[in-house]
Design a protein around this ligand. Sequence first.
Ligand SMILES: [Zn+2]
Length: 404
Amino acid sequence: MRRERGPIVQKVSQTDPEYRSAIEEARLRGGQAEHTFGENVLLAQGNSRLEMVSKSRQKFYDLIRDPAILLAIAEEIKTDQALYHELAVLFRTMDYDFDSVMLRLYSRFKKVPDKLYIRILQCHGAVMEKRKEHYHALKERWEGTIKSRFFVLMQKYGVTYRGHVFDDRINQLVFSFFDPLLARMRGAHAHYRRDIDAIENAIFEKNERGERILDHEILHALSGQTIVRRVRRENPYQKSPHEPTSTFGVQRVGLHLFPHLVSRFFWMNEGVTERLARELGGHQEFYYAYQQDMVKALCTKGRIEIPFELFVKAYFERYDTRKPYGKRIRAWDRLRKAINGAYDEGFLIRLDNFITREKDKILLDEQKKRRKEITTKDKIEAEKEVLQTALRLMDTDWRLIKEQ
Ligand SMILES: [Zn+2]
């Protein structure tokens, strides 16, 4: 008799109580609280602090290597005149010239005594407090308009999205403000975290931009998901009571899939999200231009045109555990069929493999050339480059997109 070994995998609904409490636990573990860079240094007391200070100083030094961050920090320091003057004296910039204080902050940072470094952190903390307030005010204003704007968009694409589902999602979500210095370490200024069902934001700039970012992230959060529960099989020889018997995972957010250990259609999901975000807010400025162009190309470059509406319907489709198998993700099935019909069977996977493989090639070359770690910025640049190539090929003939 064959023995099953792997865990039992079941799809569950987003409102499954066990799933929701697992999210709550993950939030507590993952510290979704609003943190500021250096906060732990300022809070810690005694000897542990000395070690923390030197560790955080190294991190800070690495961060200000980025000119944009250096400039932001220098601007912050300027809000504390006493600190600014002390640094100017330390750096011997007698004219208190902003540019020279800024430049020396980096080149002579190692000479800044701990005491002054801690004051830089305090100054940063004070600025963050103001930005946090600004963010919460912005969010409150945004909350006043999002529901009606969202339903206008749903109507345009003929998507059935129930009012109570929208309300439930808004209530389930956690929104938190993030220090841009910490966000940069995580690689983005705002993101929807599927593991804790939260929107984390490091936005503090102009309102217009802040609202656009919130529009983009809320679409990720409201898009359809496929959630699975993995239940460990009973093993009489190996009992460890500390391990939970079931764990949860999100296999899909919108059009972005995460089957076992891989990520698929990231570009397609971002392209659709940003196009919808633009329509949601009438925003002029936008991100992910090439991803949007690629979705457009996918709609128009095949044998027959695919309506964008099909992408939108699949994007918002929630995996329906109450329906019989085969009918649970019908909008996805329709989209897949349309793409297979306009191109060849399996074309979407081929395109995705092409993008991933070419991107990896560029990143590997970069790594060899510079012998340093690949940043999120490098990844975004690489994807841009690959999408440009893929778009050129699609313009000529989609059959030129090959796996090898
Ligand atoms: Zn996004």
